[in-house]
Design a protein around this ligand. Sequence first.
Ligand code: HEM
Length: 508
Amino acid sequence: MSPSIVDSIRESLHEAMHPDQFGVSAQTASYAVGALSAGLVIFLTYAIYLHPLAKFPGPKKAVISNIFAFRTIVSGRSVWIMRALHEKYGNVVRWGPNEISFGTVDAWKDIYDRRKDGKVLIKGPNFYRVDDTVRAKHSVTATDPEVHAQMRKMMSHAFSSKALLDQEDVIQHYANGLIDAMYERCNDGPTDLVDFFNWTTFDILGEMALGESFSSLCNRKTDSWITIVLDSVKFTAWGVAIMKIPLIVHFEKYIFPKKVLEAGYTHALMSKKKILKRAEMTPTRLDFASYILAKREALGITDWELAAHANALIVAGSETSATTMNGLFNYLTNYPDVYQKLKDEVRGAFSVGTDITAAKAASLPYLTACIEETMRIYPPIPNGMPRVTPPGGCTIDDQWVPGGTTVAVHMWAVTHNPKYFKDPNRWLDKENTTERLDASKPFLVGPRMCMGINMAWIELRILTAKIVFHFDFTMVDQRNWCEGQNCYTLWAKPPQKMVGTPAQPSLL
Ligand code: HEM
């Protein structure tokens, strides 16, 4: 009987792979296998038991290569994987060959604030990378402390108390537009609050950073650029993951999902086009762009750098505030007694919606507590923001960490650490017992903390007070919408369907 095709292939493979074919004896081959095995054993022993970071607990598969970290990031499950690691291994976890994650309050200042010598840990260059789409650094991605200090100084005028007054006008305008849109839509059945908050916060930042809003609120439709910006956030996560495996960096454009790659490129090009258009305009009030453009010549800011700054402001300032609003309305509708107490406070303080200002809303303690607690339980940037230890190493949370190690506080792990919260998954109660709220640093601490914190508080207070004053909302399927979401640096938020009933007869 003639041999089958499979047998012939097997035969030829055997011949091809036979050591004698290469002039190598069976004995030499077995030495090679032995050497490789010994090498592997030495490598594993070093990585797991002898490496300078070996004293930190963590899963073995995570410390022998960066594949675990790569997969964690691109899976979108990073928040939940890191939470599980902290639950299993404790407050300090080695989750990559060279990466340590902390889940403690003291680590906040040790990693992000100035140290005794006045220096600060630099931002992890692989996380805050600049690729050929973005092409220029901005205040979030600048890793060199001196370059960053210059950018921060340039931008600081845009966040001064004087500038905040202008910002409040813009916020009021779009907050009223949001209330109008909600009144109009509330008779049509459930509405998606993810859309509503994205429209509002992106319109505000579009106007402030690029001189024109995205017109989403007035069109009642998500502008295509907002979709691109949100898709491009995934781009950032893929970029970070790929840097973990240097061998594949050169092939990244073949590895990136096509949609994510296109979003990154389109976003960068559109930012540049829009900011150059804004540079030609004479605005009626000072916006963020005014302060950056004023320094354009003196600091030699290139077109791509202009685009990078605008881009950073839009991504940093809009999605984060929108996420907080969605988180807040999720928890309010899940905790009716808290919602009722907040309605009593807001409706007791104002008789008409037009009276609501940032200053008056700031005097309502329960309103502030609800927003703070939302950012604790559902932080808009829930993962760690990596920094690198100095060459000589340093102490973090009483533990010595060798130089060149990537370290971060995992936001979610510290804000859900049972050491600080009796029941970390319980939202604010009526008595407002928030326990260790200092564990929660949604805006970070130190010289790299959020520049827009005051603007964010104005926005969050005005939007919350106005919506609570005008509407009663109920979640359509009464579930915890925040639970189990995917995250690619920022949350990948599913639709948030709610029914809004007007609580006031008049519109504004
Ligand atoms: C709830 C809302 C917000 C949250 C939770 C938030 C959080 C943060 C965090 C954690 C950082 C540090 C990022 C890092 O080191 O990787 C940051 C930086 C920054 N944020 Fe915000 N942010 C919010 C709103 C805003 C707003 C409204 C603006 C205004 C445009 C803004 C502008 C910035 C800027 C410019 C930086 C870079 C600061 C620097 O490195 O000097 N943020 N933000």
